[in-house]
Design a protein around this ligand. Structure first.
Ligand code: NOJ
Length: 531
């Protein structure tokens, strides 16, 4: 596929570095661990790895609280480790995408230390400082994403500062030109070291309402929900001026060839697509999280695919995400059988797929005992089910102590079934979910119809989804049974249809005559040829 840029044709694989591979026995993964697993990633066939933050950080939010944008936290290794990782990744044709966290710093970042020193400090305006409301309370009703007011009182200077997440994560003031330039330089620092792009954390948060108006109440708020849902986030995020900032970031990337800008955005579709930017000068890939939130029914998935395809701006490239470090794992959400189907869906939809480490082995949700909870959000709002630890547990590599993740004590427990659910075992099992991912990925690589070809919905009824992908003379039909019963689905006559892959990996080569019989939870990928 020489005519397609890498981030359109390939697959992005997210690595949560704390949990991928430990090499120094501290129970926490590191960059050298990722490097040692590059052969696995190359075997799997992904195009790029996106690594969650490894910058120096007090780890209040496990690295999403950065205190130096140009370094590597010793917990994860050294700059030399990073350079070796990039070099070895590139030697295997793997791209490296960094997680960039520009909305907020750590409270321990030197910029914030200066900013909080006095009201007339040169860096005061780098953060968001406001006087109290007339009653002495917070300036407005904005809520932190992790619960409680988003405003923290600073005794020394008699003002509040704003933090959309933890109070240890003060928000930068992106209306300040110096802040922008400092952050663009930080991006260049990594681009100069060969990084192939960025996934930008909470990109839709960067600009807040200039007048700091209060958010309106959310009429459908339920007390069982996290507190952030109490108000509609009308003024605290997704402001029109954010698109100018993103266009500037994009032009920084344009100084280098073939780099990608991915934006983390949780917004309804109509608002999400605006992040492609005017004249497509925004994010290349505004993350599409719909599969993470959709109810798992064929009709519903069909509806959202069609709506997404319909709303994409001309020339805007689609993308699909099945899991990440903030969401319940797919195998936990839909079950192991449907997780196979989900993999087939992800890897046959039009657009760039993003996979989350461990989903390819069907890693499920690991129950975390209360005393072992790590996630600050869970600690702030216990009992609501917001905890993210269950989706961040260590990768399982082999049948052995700690599944080969660490020689020490893992920072989070492993899944109880790690003796079977691990890369080594599943790689040897020709019917495993890992074998399915491997075959799907390699088939997809060889057949442009599946990555860059056109998409057409063929039907969605009885909880079965069918669609076609075409490119040149190639034509594939994908039929996915979301139900737990047998289903029969028509295949167009006048063409010779043959199964390439089924999610159970046991029907390759089977000829189809006018219809396909699907077992419960089964998906098939078939090639259609003219007679
Ligand atoms: C989004 C990240 O994905 C999440 O893990 C983090 O807690 C927040 N942004 C704050 O940076």
């Amino acid at each position: 596929m020489p005519d397609q840029i890498w981030w359109k044709r390939g697959i992005v694989y997210q690595i949560y570095p704390r949990s991928f591979q430990d090499t120094n026995g501290d129970g926490i993964g590191d960059l050298e661990g990722i490097r040692r697993r590059l052969d696995y990633l190359a075997w799997l066939g992904v195009e790029a790895i996106w690594i969650s933050p490894f910058y120096p950080s007090p780890m209040a939010d496990f690295g999403y609280d950065v205190c130096d944008y140009r370094g590597v936290d010793p917990m994860f290794g050294t700059m030399e480790d990073f350079e070796r990782l990039v070099e070895d990744a590139h030697a295997r044709d793997l791209k490296v995408i960094l997680d960039f966290v520009p909305n907020h710093t750590s409270e321990e970042h030197p910029w914030f230390r200066q900013s909080r020193q006095s009201r007339d400090n040169d860096r005061r305006d780098w953060y968001i400082w406001r006087d109290p409301a007339p009653n002495g309370g917070p300036p407005n009703n904005w809520i932190s994403n992790f619960g409680g007011s988003a405003w923290q009182w600073d005794e020394a200077t008699g003002q509040y500062y704003y933090h959309a997440f933890l109070k240890e994560q003060p928000d930068l003031n992106w209306r300040n030109r110096e802040v922008r330039e400092a952050m663009y330089d930080a991006m260049r620092f990594w681009l100069d070291r060969g990084v192939d792009g960025f996934r930008v954390d909470v990109i839709w948060h960067l600009i807040k309402d200039a007048e700091f108006r209060g958010n309106p109440p959310n009429p459908s708020f339920q007390p069982s929900q996290a507190e952030i849902n109490r108000f509609l986030q009308v003024h605290s995020a997704d402001q029109p001026e954010v698109h100018e900032v993103i266009a500037e970031m994009r032009s920084v990337l344009q100084e280098y060839p073939e780099r990608v800008l991915i934006g983390e955005i949780y917004l309804p579709l109509e608002r999400l697509v605006a992040y492609y930017g005017e004249d497509l000068k925004g994010a290349h890939l505004p993350f599409n999280f719909q599969l993470l939130q959709a109810s798992w029914r064929a009709e519903e998935i069909a509806r959202l695919i069609v709506e997404y395809e319909d709303k994409l701006p001309d020339g805007g490239w689609p993308n699909w995400v099945l899991g990440n470090h903030d969401q319940k794992r797919i195998a936990a959400r839909v079950g192991l059988e449907q997780a196979r189907l989900a993999g087939m869906l992800l890897l046959t939809l039009r657009g760039t797929p993003t996979m989350y480490y461990g989903d390819e082995i069907g890693l499920g949700e690991v129950q975390i005992p209360p005393e072992a909870v790590q996630d600050p959000w869970e600690k702030n709002e216990p009992g609501l089910g917001v905890g993210r630890d269950p989706a961040r547990t260590p990768m399982q590599w082999e049948d052995g102590a700690n599944a080969g993740f660490t020689a020490g004590k893992p920072w989070l427990p492993l899944a109880a079934d790690n003796g079977d659910c691990n890369v080594a075992c599943l790689r040897d099992d020709k019917n495993s979910i890992l074998s399915l991912y491997h075959q799907l990925i390699h088939f997809r690589q060889r057949h442009p119809a599946l990555s860059v070809g056109s998409f057409e919905l063929s039907g969605a009824e009885g909880n079965v989804l069918a669609f076609e992908r075409r490119h040149g003379d190639e034509r594939f039909r994908i039929v996915l049974n979301f139900s737990k019963e047998n289903r029969s689905c028509a295949i167009p006559r006048g063409s010779k249809a043959r199964i390439v892959l089924s999610t159970a990996l046991d029907r390759t080569g089977e000829e189809l005559d006018g219809s396909v019989e699907l077992r419960p939870n089964e998906g098939i990928l078939a090639t259609l040829e003219r007679d």
